[in-house]
Design a protein around this ligand. Structure first.
Ligand code: PFF
Length: 452
């Protein structure tokens, strides 16, 4: 095994570049696709409020923990746990879990992102036909393995192309293009929804006026689980991006800015989408089909000048996240195996692509949790419910209880009240919250009613 190749690892060229890249990782399908639909399913305002609480109590402290670990160790997730504890430390299992999660998540993330690109092309041509026909297009796409594979191939090729360019010339350069474009598109769409349709006011009420009678325990736990998926936590992505950070960068401030950007973007996506949904008198609780089935019916009426920017937005968000998933895997092979970036990116990207072929082929199903399911759903379930929570739990326990406090204080930049509050949260609140998500994923929470 080659030793640690710290010198050739690369570094962000500016702090702003780092913030855009990390926000790019956080802002993804989770914000534009998942957040609006789960908010719809779990009843709106009260869910949003709980979600904001979870970002503050679980997401932000965990992001600080990951950035501290990464920047201090200047290593990929596996190396980072060893370096901050001792060589051969069992804590490296957390890093391994992260690398494996990146590998598996990207295999299905790329398939869903491929659908977003497919819909971009569909919206250029324009949606037409009856509502049932337009909604049926989604079933046709996912049922047609060759089409799904084609879009997955295109998306993986773009992801690999960017990661090949390295930290500065690939990831950071593209984040500087994708993120501002994404923010402008989203602001435009949110303003369109708010000010020109009849649904704007209703969307704001739905999102920001909490009605706690609609909040279930299930909704609470989903908000918690989503908080760390959306912030890219629990799999070492922020450890990896943190490892390219400058010593002088201010970790706490950066973590706040990244979490805030991610949250504001999810809320704006909610405003944009629900304004349209309400303007057309539809129900917000459509589930995962919300943007691939419901919105296209509205887009057929509104026209491509809204649908094209929307699917460009979705594709850009997916791309800036997928590069971080691949970078976690690639950084391990560069640091620990001494591979060159080109070799690591092409070989690992190709292997992930192959695994994605299984996810793109909906007709391949296996028995899982009592029913026959496709690989996309199985991988999504295993990573979101087990691998990310376990990774997140180990990460916060490691920082809060194992890493030398002197090291943490140095990285934190102070030892005042903010430091004490963060450490208290990381020692007690975050682990308990993450443990609850995990037990819920295992259907082991005593106060929940699990019916299958
Ligand atoms: N945060 C991304 C999203 O919201 O779509 C998903 C993600 C990316 C999760 C990178 C984990 C990760 F490492």
């Amino acid at each position: 095994m080659a030793g640690d190749v710290t010198l050739s690892r690369g570094q962000w060229s500016t702090q702003f570049g780092f913030i855009l890249a990390a926000a790019g990782s956080a802002v993804g399908l989770g914000n534009i696709w998942k957040f609006p639909y789960i908010t719809g399913v779990y009843g709106g305002g009260a869910f949003v409020l709980v979600y904001l609480g979870c970002v503050l109590a679980v997401g932000l402290p965990l992001m600080i923990a990951e950035l501290i670990i990464g920047r201090r160790a200047q290593q990929n997730p596996v190396g980072a746990f060893q370096k901050l504890h001792k060589p051969g430390s069992q804590w490296q299992i957390a890093g391994w879990l992260g690398v494996a999660s990146g590998f598996i998540i990207l295999s299905f993330y790329s398939v869903v992102a491929g659908w977003a690109i497919a819909y971009l092309f569909k919206s250029i041509v324009g949606f037409s036909g009856t509502s049932a026909e337009i909604q049926g297009q989604f079933g046709n796409l996912i049922g047609n393995a060759w089409a799904s594979i084609g879009w997955h191939t295109l998306f993986m090729a773009m992801t690999i192309g960017i990661v090949l360019g390295g930290v500065r010339k690939g990831i950071e350069r593209w984040a500087k293009i994708l993120m501002p474009a994404l923010i402008i598109l989203l602001l435009g769409l949110a303003c369109y929804g708010l000010f020109t349709t009849d649904g704007g006011a209703q969307a704001l009420t739905f999102l920001f006026e909490p009605d706690f009678s609609k909040l279930s325990a299930e909704g609470f736990l989903s908000a918690l689980g989503h908080a760390f998926f959306t912030l890219s936590l629990g799999m070492g992505a922020m450890i990896t991006y943190g490892s390219y950070m400058d010593r002088k960068a201010h970790i706490i401030r950066d973590a706040v800015v990244i979490s805030l950007l991610d949250t504001v973007i999810a809320l704006l996506a909610g405003v944009a989408i629900f304004s349209l949904v309400f303007a057309y008198g539809l129900e917000p609780s459509q589930g995962p089909g919300l943007i691939f089935q419901t919105l296209p019916v509205l887009f057929a009426d509104i026209g491509p000048w809204v649908s094209v920017p929307f699917f460009v937005l979705l594709s850009f968000a997916a791309l800036s996240s997928s590069i971080s998933l691949l970078e976690v895997v690639v950084s391990y092979f560069i640091d620990k195996r001494g591979w060159g970036r080109a070799k690591a990116t092409i070989i690992m990207g190709f292997l992930i692509y192959l695994l994605g072929l299984l996810c793109a082929t909906a007709s391949i199903t296996v028995p899982f949790r009592g029913k026959s399911q496709g690989f996309l759903d199985i991988f999504d379930f295993i990573t979101t419910n087990y691998m990310l929570p376990i990774g997140g739990l180990l990460t916060c326990l490691f920082l809060a209880w194992i890493v030398n406090e002197k090291v943490i204080k140095e990285e934190f930049g102070s030892s005042g009240n903010l430091y004490k509050l963060t450490m208290f949260t990381l020692r007690f609140i975050t682990p308990i919250a993450v443990l609850m998500v995990l037990l819920h994923g295992l259907e082991w929470l005593p106060f929940m009613d699990y019916v299958n």
